[in-house]
Design a protein around this ligand. Structure first.
Ligand SMILES: Nc1ncnc2c1ncn2[C@@H]1O[C@H](COP(=O)(O)OP(=O)(O)O)[C@@H](O)[C@H]1O
Ligand SMILES: [Mg+2]
Length: 300
């Protein structure tokens, strides 16, 4: 295929803090090194194959949004330029061009800040059963994938697992963070989503929903952390062909999903190998998502 695929990193010189489904995170003391590998998951299982360029796309999409949105919200990114990585040995940094960033270490808030602009996934399921999303009542007669009148903030707190005495998820969040911080986080999430979704739509991509994470810096200031508005943390749909009334095609993972459904995989690990052409076409979609959203060429 002509591209390297990076499935896992292991750097003896710096301690690993966390390995996620896709990213490997190293502890640099006051900062973190976040490395986006080429791992891909589908139906919540990490697949055996990597997708060429996927890690670079994810990293550079986040970097793009942090910069583009920094007037709306301070963020954790220090730099995504490997030449500027301080605290990272040169021998490590040179392997990470385009696929890593150094960020300020923050105190993460224990909340997944989900914003939904369209009715899909678990939001659609709840609406179908109860006419609400995250406990917020919606008008009757909405269709699957329909654009909502206004985006909804539907946070998910660790505390609300098995907790049924809350009216809605925002109430649980207030309990967790206090009124002031919860309000600040909600309003930031909605503002960021609205701005980003409008920009993306002009470039042919619907960001149907997304998940943000926030943290507090040393002085207690709210920072946007983690990844931002990537296809891994959001539902990206092609605007072209958008048709409410059913599920939409995924901009990035459609070939992978179609393939896995076609072979009737039971969605339990281990996942099967992907054919070459599925890998290649998926890689092309990720690069296309990056180029459309940013108007830039991917740094490789
Ligand atoms: N600036 C930051 N400071 C501290 N923790 C962070 C920062 N940015 C992201 N994180 C944390 O790093 C972790 C990233 O994990 P992730 O790669 O998403 O794996 P997972 O699949 O477990 O979610 C999350 O727990 C997130 O809260
Ligand atoms: Mg995560």
């Amino acid at each position: 295929m002509g591209y390297d695929v990076l499935l896992r990193t292991e750097f003896k010189e710096i301690p690993v803090l966390h390995r996620g489904k896709v990213r490997d995170i190293y502890d640099l003391g006051k900062s973190l090194l976040i490395v986006a590998t080429d791992r891909i998951s589908a139906f919540d299982v990490v697949l055996p194959n990597g997708i060429p360029q996927k890690g670079r796309v994810l990293n550079q999409i986040s970097a793009h949004w942090f910069k583009t949105l920094e007037d709306l919200i301070p963020h954790h990114m220090v730099t995504a330029r490997v030449e500027e990585f301080s605290g990272v040995p040169k021998a490590v940094a040179v392997q990470l061009k385009g696929r890593a960033m150094v960020v300020k270490k923050a105190k993460p808030l224990p909340v997944e800040c989900i914003v939904r602009g369209y009715l899909s996934g678990s939001g659609w399921n709840e609406y179908r059963e109860k006419g609400s999303v995250s406990g917020l009542p919606l008008p009757p007669g909405l269709k699957e994938s329909q654009k909502l009148g206004a985006p909804l903030f539907t946070p998910s707190t660790k505390a609300d697992v098995g907790l049924h005495d809350e009216n809605n998820d925002f109430a649980a969040m207030v309990k967790e963070l206090g009124e002031k911080l919860a309000e600040e986080t909600r309003s930031a999430s909605l503002r960021i989503y609205q701005k980003a979704a409008a920009l993306a739509e002009k470039r042919g991509i619907i960001i149907a929903d997304t998940k943000f994470e926030f943290g507090l810096d040393d002085s207690g200031r709210l920072l946007l952390i983690d990844e931002a508005l990537t296809p891994d943390s959001s539902r990206f749909w092609p605007l072209d062909g958008y048709a409410p009334g059913g599920a939409q095609k995924s901009f990035d993972k459609q070939f992978v999903r179609d393939y896995l459904l076609s072979i009737r995989w039971d969605k339990k690990p281990p996942a099967p190998d992907l054919p070459e052409d599925v890998i290649r076409k998926t890689s092309e979609k990720y690069v296309e998502a990056f180029e459309r959203l940013t108007g830039k060429k991917l740094e490789t």
